[in-house]
Design a protein around this ligand. Sequence first.
Ligand code: PGA
Length: 253
Amino acid sequence: MSNRLVFAANWKMHHGPQAAREFMQRFLPQADPQAGAELWFFPPGPSLPAVVEAGQGRADVRAGAQNVHWAPKGAFTGEVSVAIVRDAGARGALVGHSERRHVFGETDAETRQKVAALHEGGLIPFLCVGEKLEEREAGDTEAVVIRQLRAALDDVPARRLHETVIAYEPVWAIGTGRTASPADAAAVHQVIREELGRLGATSRIPILYGGSVNAGNAAQLLGESEINGVLVGGASLDADGWAGIVGMADQFS
Ligand code: PGA
């Protein structure tokens, strides 16, 4: 578990099925499997099958959904359930991404329900946590991150906690070109690691960093032992560029 290194591409609202197929055709031959490295893709829902199909035969390539609803089914126009994304080949889903929290109003209580539904359905929640700029400036980073972790995870049994990935994404660093310094990010990862221990985790749950990660800063961030991978938006959209970042895995395994 401890040597897992997770490269997660969050495509947000980019790359429909055709673009996803073309991306994977170009990306996969440039990204040889590396020991311990997991390559996760979070495409828009309709592109999930294209990514899943392209990744067949590659145990390291996994697809996930960008969002799910917690209910198993029902009259929820525009939403997708865990069972539906699992049927489309997803093996995990993002939960509580800052755009969901701050653009679409997703609450801590909703992240808890989504995490529970994913665990119940056998999928891995990628729980995103992170403070806003004003919260960092007020010295509240730790309190915010701990609140978000507890709200989503405090009644999750240990055996399920281990089927979880955490992403620390300071809101002020997402899509802004501003990145947390490796040391600042590692300090927050340390706080998260301690809180996961208090919540009952006994083995190493991967904690990823996200927020303006690119080819120029990824190696430095991954060089911190507290940082077990990256969740990347903008710099994951270009197949050659993303292959370059993923190719850094061999420096850290
Ligand atoms: P970014 O996005 O890499 O474009 O900053 C990261 C994310 O939102 O997960």
